[in-house]
Design a protein around this ligand. Structure first.
Ligand code: SF4
Length: 250
């Protein structure tokens, strides 16, 4: 059985040492220069962007396409996404000319076994995210040594102290926009004329699966509409994984 471990647990792995060295070399670069340095010099062909095609996703998709339209992009289709997100994915892919977008999802047999009534999200949200997002992502990341996320410190909660480069389950995880503000996001989208996710205009500032995404009201944190009413704030792809047996032995 898989469980999640807080990402801020002490990590003494070789990947952690590599992350530290990369941060010392590249941390001061802006987002595009950081991405280019890692894609060209450190992980050629072995780095992927993991994108939700959500409210702010167009920025990194645009940056990656500028570096190389064949920059690999992984999109996790949990099977519970808004149809607007799927249409937005197709629109952005065409607009930016991205040629290597990999839509991945849970195995139908695994869903039939673990979530036959489509209600796992209500009974065990962490298990649902594990089934529909974390396991598919782990499979999709197998060819890669590093991956890129769009997380930002201004999102709050676990993200407030987000580094730009960190270790994650044996890979390097890169957060080029960690220090961007909401204003930076808006300015970039406007400057480059990038299309907005259609649900932003309907009051959604962070967009995930239908059952677990709510609108936010002015003044609320950007992600306060995710898993509203519960303690859960992350889907699990940004927490470390470990096997229960290994955990028990540690
Ligand atoms: S966000 Fe909700 S519906 Fe989507 S995988 Fe997680 S628990 Fe399931």
């Amino acid at each position: 059985m898989t469980t999640f471990v807080r990402a801020d647990a002490v990590d003494t792995s070789p990947t952690a040492a590599r992350a530290k060295a990369l941060a010392a070399r590249y941390d001061a670069l802006d987002a595009e220069a950081l991405l280019a340095a890692l894609a060209v010099h450190e992980f050629p062909g072995r780095i992927a962007l993991v994108s939700s095609f959500g409210a702010e996703a167009a920025i990194l998709l645009h940056l990656c396409a500028r570096i190389d339209p064949a920059f690999p992009v992984v999109f996790i289709d949990s099977g519970r996404l808004f149809v607007e997100t799927l249409r937005y994915r197709d629109e952005l892919v065409a607009r930016l000319g991205l040629t290597d977008v990999r839509s991945v999802g849970p195995e139908p047999a695994a869903v039939a076994l673990a979530d036959p009534d489509d209600d796992l999200w209500a009974r065990h949200a962490d298990g649902c995210c594990g089934l529909r997002k974390v396991v598919p992502l782990q499979r999709a990341l197998a060819p890669f040594a590093a991956w890129v996320t769009g997380r930002k410190r201004y999102h709050g909660a676990e993200r407030q102290h987000l580094p730009k480069i960190e270790p994650a389950d044996g890979r390097i995880k890169v957060n080029p926009l960690a220090d961007w503000t909401r204003n930076d996001v808006e300015a970039y989208l406007t400057r480059h004329g990038l299309p907005r996710h259609p649900l932003v205009a309907a009051g959604f500032s962070s967009i995930g699966c239908v059952p677990c995404t709510d609108r936010v009201v002015p003044g609320e944190a950007a992600r306060s509409g995710r898993w509203r009413g519960g303690a859960k704030t992350e889907c699990g792809i940004h927490l470390r994984l470990r096997d229960e047996a290994a955990a028990a032995a540690s």
